[in-house]
Design a protein around this ligand. Structure first.
Ligand code: GLY
Ligand code: MN
Length: 462
């Protein structure tokens, strides 16, 4: 938790932005895994954390802008509860630590919301992604859970996005702490991975680093010799000598701020020359994209430039052909690079996506492309100082996608399918770092994680 003045200031800014009404912010509750008392590890809602800092389950808050009143709702533990859980700060103590003096038991929330409804007051709330909170809102507001999100407040959503998008120094420090844990995860993976090991053995060891650092994963680890599957959470393959594996993982170790790093690692400690060729294209794309980051530049422009670097590289290897600009305009690169260059990061690894991916990543009124590949670009807007984002280009050989495009002659003027088929078993390569947009330029966050072919091979052989 930060100093209470940080939370007080954030709430003051929020009130100024939304101007009037009652803001209702729900924290998360514990979620059972298979029976009530066996719960998933608790993760607080990120907007609740941002304004109220309390990392415990079962809290809610109200900011009454018109009355200039703030209130935290939560139930104190009984002695019977304490027998199982141990002592915990009271609601009043927790609220005080974030600068709020008014508290009430959770049951009081219903009375206050019902009173606000009967006086026709505007109640602002954020869209919910957890069923439990949809039900809570449904009960409080009398709207069915299925449609409760359609009544969420656009002005609250945009106010929260505008605040949370700009990271303060303490937030950036927390992201750097997470990246530094990622450094330990990646250098360990490079050192331990050996032919004959199972992916899950490496995944287990790197997850242990996060737990030992007192944190948790910021998302389920992607670690696979089938790196062509973008979100591959399946870790049961045995790794062979000429395999490379994509590891895309992250940690949250301080105030729930995330890291999100990807490296592609040769199992034997040495890349083959075919792997080196593709790796170098991805690396050039990643480093040139990072170099282009500064305030005022649109991330869509950097994404499209990355697509061109990839296309040129693949053309040099004989995998693509034709005019590079035309190929990218037609989305031909997307057979190899089907996702966006990156996304916002912060309290959420894909920051604020629950509030609306397009609202977070696109300018007001900007039209999102429907072209395969470009449609997945989560961040397209003009960059501002204080944004933290990922840069994560990749090249993948997805047999099912290759077959579809070849059979349907999609972009056949730009793709040399005969050559591409020689790479059917290649897998994929992705490289990802976390970048802060600074006042005039950018900063790669955290301790540099081995990235060049030479650095990765050296670490693999340590
Ligand atoms: N780290 C996974 C992703 O960015 O989608
Ligand atoms: Mn990412």
């Amino acid at each position: 938790m930060y100093d209470k003045n940080i939370y007080i200031k954030r709430r003051e800014q929020l009130k100024k932005k939304v101007k009037s009404g009652l803001l209702l912010v729900l924290g998360n509750v514990d979620s059972p895994m298979n029976y009530t008392d066996n719960i998933y590890p608790f993760r607080q809602d990120s907007s609740f954390l941002y304004y109220f800092g309390i990392e415990h389950p079962g809290f809610a808050a109200i900011i009454d802008i018109d009355e200039n009143k703030e209130m935290i709702f939560g139930d104190d533990l009984s002695v019977d509860d304490i027998v199982w859980t141990g002592p915990q700060k009271t609601t009043a103590q927790l609220a005080k630590s974030v600068g709020i003096n008014n508290t009430a038991p959770t049951s009081k929330l219903d009375t206050i919301i019902k009173a606000a409804i009967s006086s026709d007051r505007r109640i602002h709330f954020l869209p919910q992604y957890r069923a439990e909170n949809k039900i809570t809102l449904s009960q409080l507001l009398g709207i069915s859970p299925q449609i409760v999100n359609s009544y969420s407040s656009h002005s609250l959503i945009t106010a929260v996005i505008s605040q949370r998008s700009i990271k303060s120094k303490e937030e950036v420090d927390d992201i750097e702490k997470a990246v530094n844990v990622s450094y330990n995860m990646y250098t360990l993976a490079m050192r331990v991975a050996k032919p004959g090991m199972y992916e899950r053995e490496v995944a287990g060891l790197v997850e242990g680093i996060v737990l030992a650092a007192g944190g948790r994963l910021s998302f389920p680890t992607i670690l696979s010799i089938h790196g062509e599957t973008l979100h591959n959470h399946y870790h049961t393959n045995k790794m062979k000598s000429d395999d490379i594996f994509v590891m895309d993982s992250g940690a949250e170790v301080s105030n729930s701020y995330a890291s999100d790093i990807t490296r592609t690692i040769p199992v034997s400690g040495k890349f083959t020359s075919m792997q080196k060729d593709i790796y170098q294209i991805v690396l050039n794309t990643q480093t040139s994209s990072i170099k282009a980051i500064k305030p005022g530049v649109s991330y869509k422009k950097i994404h499209l430039k990355a697509a061109k670097t990839i296309t040129q590289g693949l053309k040099d290897l004989g995998l693509m052909k034709g005019n590079v600009n035309d190929a990218v305009a037609n989305g031909a690169h997307a057979m190899f690079f089907p996702h966006g260059l990156g996304h916002m990061m912060g309290l959420d690894v894909h920051d604020m996506e629950n509030l609306g991916e397009t609202l977070v990543g696109y300018e007001k009124n900007a039209k999102r492309s429907s072209q395969f590949g470009l449609a997945y670009l989560r961040l397209a807007r003009e960059l501002k100082p204080g944004f933290v984002l990922t840069v994560e280009p990749g090249i993948y050989f997805i047999p099912q996608l290759i077959d579809k495009w070849q059979n349907e002659k999609i972009n056949s003027r730009f793709i040399n399918f005969k050559k591409v088929n020689e790479y059917r078993k290649f897998g994929g390569i992705r490289i990802e770092d976390n970048i802060l947009v600074t006042r005039n330029s950018h900063k790669v966050l955290g301790k540099p994680i081995p990235k060049t072919i030479k650095e990765v091979e050296e670490h693999c052989n340590m």
